[in-house]
Design a protein around this ligand. Structure first.
Ligand SMILES: [Zn+2]
Length: 739
């Protein structure tokens, strides 16, 4: 291919990006990946979470003839992805999913859209693809390529191995041997990578590995002294963010409940989430979080697979995770929109000891693997070097700490160092005296003079070196021994259950000691959450915070109306762009980052109205005055509801006639008014609710940040106002002020 054609193609790809997604530029190596797929070559992509992985197959799928098959492990995830693509496009047929959740008629519709050439992307579970009737169907269809998402599921070494994933190559061969494959994953060690290439028989694949650096994440590790201290710090920090979205990860289910309650009591809109909950409650919490009814989720590691909320502004680890991989993945859920997010981990060596205890009864191989992984996370937590450098080093990537730009605690506040030459000598002497035959715990107990069972058993308390370091506490000695390992004075003999041995450096040190320094922990007790979140898109113009706030509120209403998540309508960076550039026409709108032609047509009108009005009046006090004109109503009962209300029929009777509960009717009424229709319920309200109560609720919503029911209940329950009453008056409020 000569230069000229290359340039033409580059131009086309960029134009396509702008037309379909509204972005000006590609991230990382997206462009090269896309070109490889457009050339129908096998393509292997390792891109960290949040790096723009899905665009790599979505754009070529839209550009190429035929339908791309996207194999994806989770049914819940498919719906999300399809919604998101439809949000960008003018037609709903462009993306479909095919899985067991569809009935026969729906499957037929999907297939007829494919035959008609309307569908560019079909998401499918491997189990669905195996079915002979489906393979037969695809044999007679123009398939542009097959994308295998979450490809690490192929490898037994991947953490979510799925046996059906092993059969993908065979299924593709059944369709045609010439279909190019693109495999994508966010985590892959060399072993997993070779498993994927081998299993999918991806000959001559172009391999693209992106940097794992997430430069908008701020990494911080704080000491975890005791529960009350950590609770206080969490509340202070979360309060300082002013209602931003965040996730708190903990190890135990019980802790999720405890922390969620603690946060609620402190006025934070939080909920617990763990695998022990039934699936209905789980998806409710998940939905509430996506719909911004909930600000903070306290979760075990079970949370996250199906969640793609781009504006998570903080990820807190109340307990240190069991491996760097887990830590990287979980923190990776922050800041997917490219705007800064904070990752705070609370670390205590006691937690590690607790985790080690759980491993006691595990098979040796499993225990040793787990201990090795934990060693890395300890080293990460205790390091005084750049955290980003440490993380990237773990994933085999070289990184210069100067490029961190103070986006980690150690770069921002370099740690004070403590001279410990004498203490190091004592520790190494102890290891030597005890014949290099004991682990960290015994050595630390020995130096600190703790009469543990083992110490007594071996009569160590008679040894002249015993308790020589009792002026320092046990945690200091644990920490010193950790540092001795990190700095190669000692090493852990993995084959022998982690017994401490003297390394060459340690032996030299005992012969001829020199100055040794270890980092001291900062005193974090006065932290009041440095929640400074910068905006991603710099540029010359200034961001209008007041307008941004108004746009966000509008987005929430729109989201409800369309029954979509807010970010599917417009992303946070798009809103920021709007609040910077004040678009007041469709043409302006298309120039906003992340706003495609289709998206503008579908969703932009009310935003344009808002911005126009804002510019004209600059009246910042009455954001509830927007007239929302679009009507997209999905309530089947809408017409009969409106008719019944016109005839002033009591709500209980309407509910009975519709065969729903009173509460469900209120929800339905809410949907009707939220989609822009006025309802006059005064006939019912005047007969059933105290005038004062109506006024109280009305006043509450006039000032409230959101139309959240839970917030209102929290605020109003002291005045003995019931949830039903709030729901009813909220309908009146929206009907009168928003419609
Ligand atoms: Zn750093």
């Amino acid at each position: 291919m000569n230069m000229e054609t290359l340039e033409v193609q580059a131009f086309d790809v960029r134009t396509a990006l702008k037309n379909h997604f509204g972005f000006e530029d590609f991230k990382h190596n997206q462009k090269e990946v896309i070109e490889s797929i457009l050339n129908k070559e096998n393509t292997f992509v390792i891109m960290p979470t949040g790096g723009g992985k899905s665009l790599c197959y979505q754009l070529p799928a839209l550009m190429l003839e035929g339908t791309a098959l996207i194999i994806s492990p989770l049914i819940a995830l498919m719906k999300n992805q399809v919604d998101s693509i439809r949000g960008y496009s003018t037609s709903n047929n462009v993306a479909h999913f095919l899985n067991s959740s569809l009935n026969k008629t729906q499957m037929k519709e999907v297939k007829s859209d494919i035959v008609n050439g309307d569908t560019k992307m079909l998401f499918i579970a491997p189990e669905t693809l195996t079915k002979e009737e489906n393979l037969e169907f695809f044999r007679n269809t123009n398939i542009s390529f097959v994308a295998v998402d979450e490809a690490h599921c192929i490898s037994e070494w991947g953490h979510d191995f799925r046996p059906e994933y092993r059969k993908i190559r065979k299924m593709i061969d059944h369709i045609s041997k010439d279909i190019p494959i693109i495999a994508l994953t966010a985590t892959a060690t060399p072993k997993v990578k070779s498993d994927i290439l081998k299993n999918l028989e991806m000959k001559n694949a172009n391999v693209f590995i992106s940097s794992f650096n997430r430069d908008n994440l701020f990494y911080e590790v704080r000491p975890k002294n005791n529960k009350p201290q950590v609770f206080k710090e969490m509340v202070q920090y979360i309060k300082s963010t002013g209602g931003q979205s965040g996730i708190i990860y903990v190890q135990a289910r019980k802790t999720t409940e405890e922390i969620a309650k603690m946060l609620q009591v402190n006025g934070v809109n939080a909920a617990a989430y763990h695998a022990g909950m039934d699936s209905k409650s789980r998806s409710r919490v998940q939905d509430d979080f996506l719909m911004e009814e909930l600000d903070v989720i306290v979760a075990t590691i079970a949370f996250g697979m199906g969640i793609d909320k781009p504006d998570v502004r903080f990820v807190i680890h109340f307990d240190i995770p069991k491996s760097i991989e887990n830590y990287y993945q979980e923190t990776g859920r922050g800041g997917r929109d490219g705007i800064n997010a904070k990752c705070i981990a609370f670390y205590s060596y006691k937690d590690i000891l607790r985790l080690e205890k759980f491993l006691k009864d595990k098979p040796v191989a499993e225990r040793e693997l787990a201990l090795q992984l934990m060693d890395e996370i300890i080293a990460y937590s205790e390091t005084s070097a750049c955290r980003r450098k440490f993380l990237l080093h773990y994933f085999g990537e070289e990184f210069n700490a100067d490029d961190c730009e103070c986006m980690c605690d150690n770069c921002k506040n370099p740690k004070e160092l403590l001279e410990v030459s004498n203490e190091m000598t004592l520790a190494l002497e102890t290891v030597k005296t005890l014949n290099q035959n004991y682990g960290v715990k015994t050595i630390a107990d020995f130096i600190a003079g703790i009469n543990s069972k083992e110490i007594k058993e071996f009569n160590f308390n008679k040894n002249p070196l015993f308790a020589k370091g009792k002026d320092k506490d046990i945690l200091f000695w644990h920490s010193l021994l950790r540092q001795a390992i990190l700095q190669d004075f000692l090493y852990k003999e993995i084959e022998q259950y982690g017994l401490l041995k003297l390394g060459e450096k340690g032996k030299d040190f005992l012969k001829n000691s020199f100055k040794v320094e270890i980092p001291l922990n900062h005193d974090y007790t006065n932290v009041d959450g440095e929640g400074d979140v910068n905006t991603a898109s710099g540029g010359g113009a200034a961001l209008d915070d007041i307008l941004l706030d108004m746009l966000k509120k509008l987005r929430k209403v729109e989201a409800k109306k369309h029954k979509l998540q807010p970010w599917v309508i417009f992303s946070e960076p798009s809103l920021q762009d709007m609040a910077t550039w004040y678009p007041i026409s469709m043409e302006d709108m298309v120039n906003i980052s992340g706003v495609s032609q289709g998206k503008a047509q579908k969703y932009a009108q009310p935003f344009i109205e808002l911005i126009k009005q804002y510019i004209d009046e600059n009246n910042i006090e009455r954001p509830d005055d927007f007239v929302v004109k679009q009507i997209a109503d999905k309530s089947k009962n809408k017409v009969s509801i409106i008719q019944a209300i016109d005839r002033k029929i009591p709500l209980e009777t309407i509910a009975e006639n519709m065969n729903v509960s009173y509460n469900e009717l209120l929800d339905e009424l809410y949907m009707v008014v939220a989609s822009g229709t006025k309802l006059n319920l005064d006939y019912y309200i005047n007969d059933n609710i105290d005038e004062d109560v109506v006024e109280d609720i009305f006043d509450y919503y006039r000032d409230a940040d959101s139309d959240s029911i839970d917030d209102a209940v929290n605020e109003l329950s002291e005045d003995d106002i019931e949830e039903d009453e709030i729901k009813l008056i909220r309908i009146k409020f929206i009907s009168e002020l928003a419609n």
